[in-house]
Design a binder for this molecule. Sequence first.
Ligand code: ATP
Length: 792
Amino acid sequence: MARQPHPQNQHDMSHGSDEPGELEREQQYLDRLYARVDELREEVAADLDRALTQRGASSRDLVEREARVDRLTERATALDHAESGLCFGRLDLDDGQVRYIGRTGLRSPAPQRRPMLLDWRAPGARPFYVATPADNHGVMRRRHLRTQRRRVTGVEDELLDLESAEITTLQGEGALMAALAERRTGRMRDIAMTLQAEQDEIVRANGEGVLVVQGGPGTGKTAVALHRAAYLLYARPEIGRQGVLVVGPSPTFLDYIEQVLPSLGETQVVLQTPDRLYPSVVPGLREADEVMRLKGEAVMAELLTRAVADRQRIVDIEFSFDGDRFTLPRQALWSAAQQAHRVSPAHNVARRTFRAQVLRALAMEVVGAGVRLLQEVEQGFEEELARFDTSRNLDEVPAAVEVAGTEVDGVAAAEEVAYIERELMADPDVAQAMEDLWPKLTPERLLEDLFAEPERLDRVAGGLLDADERRLLARDRGTGWSVADVPLLDEAAELLGVDEAEDRARAAVVARERARFARQVLHANDLLTEEMDEEALEAADLLSGEALAERNVAGDHRSFAERAAADRTWTYGHVVVDEAQELSAMAWRALFRRCPAGSMTVVGDVHQGSGPTAAATWELALQPHTPAPVRLRELTVGFRTPSEVMEAAAPVLRALDPDASVPTSVRSTGEAPVRIGTPATELDRAVADRVERLRGRGAVAVVAAAPRAAALREQLTGQAGGTDLQADVVVLSPREAKGLEFDAVVVVEPGEILDSPRGLGELYVAMTRTTGTLTVVHSAEVPEVLAHLSPA
Ligand SMILES: Nc1ncnc2c1ncn2[C@@H]1O[C@H](COP(=O)(O)OP(=O)(O)OP(=O)(O)O)[C@@H](O)[C@H]1O
């Protein structure tokens, strides 16, 4: 690490040391860092060029080249993302050593390769986040550097010795307050510069098992979870190879957070809402809360297991062969099913074995009949012979014996059995019977049949669901899919499995066809390039038709995120779940399947639960899905919501849970929330007036119960749907507002919000979205939990 002279003048190093000498010195160092970044960028670009034009003879060369290109592209992206806010901190250690902290690690050129900048996630950077005057981790001074583009605009120092330091629980208070006071832009920013000690501890906690981060609104749960993902991607390369899945409550929320991980240099990340976990279905059907609640319960897993078993029929089979009638007794099917289940518990995979076994049993039934016939004939032949012996009349040998007598004694030849099997399968009645016994099923068909056929549902749900519950599930075919169906489809997909042998055979045909097409394309391109530029590289030298086809088919042109998101069976190295209190037991089952190692960061607030499947406690929600104990961490400091607003929201929280504690806000604005009472006919105008007055104070959100929000959205923004978080004014329902934040919030008609089944939680969410002002506009009587607000 760069060594600098021990700071001589302690006076210069006090809080807010923006004096020119210091700024100048830091600017010089920053210039060196950026010069190094530019140099590295050029090196990476040159390497990338070389890799892209490298000719490879074998497919192995091509694979290696692709891997190299991926690595270099990743490095180039990380350097690009580090451009803004490259270096934000400096530590002066007791021993005179100086460490600079930033978004990425940098070393001087070889052969020295001395550290110039420490990645914020490196162990050596940790004191930047956790050192305090009482436990300074060897740090004498912590400095936060404020920068704009490549210019240092300010430095903020903390001396970490007990005599001279102000005792504060916050690290880098000045820089933190400056970050919190910035206007909201509709995009969450990273907080690598101002991460606090209790947050840092969570970020760096080991990645084993499930870590739950519970905390009130604005305590930094989302920010911390994303930084933890960045930390794990850095510290555990194996997680990077599989990627991280981040699950958030709505597309709007995902838009809000999507820049955070890339700004920390991490791209191996997939962002998804829980309703997109089953990629081939886009749910559009709205269902009643009670239906959603039931579909979210763990009992549905048992229901689906039974629904699959119900599709595997064990009955006697009657069939004909060569004009003769046969019956295969059910015992044969039972033993075929046993064998099939031994091969795989998944229905579609086991199906292949079941069919083979049953077909063999059918054929053997035919063979057996032949053998019995033969024995009868032989028996008759013996008797005839005996008679013949007595009569000595050679002309009386029976014709039938001549034919049957050529067969293998009691055992059929393999070819013969195969022939009978082929004949049987060619018989449409037999083929249909086989299909009915153990049909090939898609998850969609399994669920549609179950919900649309009352008799089937009664049969399957007996002892599991009562008649009312069955009625809730009943639904016609073709009505579409709801959000609550998604985990059920995913569960069904797991129970059914995919017959890969069959898929591979089909894929091989498609691949051959694509390779043929790709060869034609390559050929056509070569002709073109020859005409245009003799020097041009021929595509065919670089890629075979198969490789090109594979790139197209396997989607090499898709990003990691696109490939992973489209693949239901992709398993991730780590999963982050935000607003996790909303997830049902069935949704948790689907998520744990995405991460068999069970490495998860689960963040949320049980008091902000608003959906029909919201969890009462974390233990209840999570423990059934993981053998390891669920670790719980709590965040208690509120960074978003000013103390005045938290005080105003406290009665709502206490009505939800009298024992809950309100987060301690780090800021106050001196501006108490107000309420505006108005006649019903004037309500819309009052909202519009208020919004108008708030214009110019940053991002404004109007939050109302869903139907009112839809009407207000049109009136205030002229838009019927969709939410552009970067607009000056955004209109949202409380559920849509989850996880978001704005400079000013107007809550409209709180009584309507309270009318929903989880109304208190929703009102609490709505009120705590603001970083500044809160206004409540109402025409109906103000609810008791808000009666304490002063009229405007
Ligand atoms: N250490 C920090 N430095 C700077 N800003 C911070 C810090 N911690 C949190 N914040 C900011 O506080 C705000 C709230 O953070 P975040 O959205 O992560 O909270 P949350 O607990 O997820 O809230 P909610 O439960 O309401 O969704 C964000 O703007 C975030 O950037």
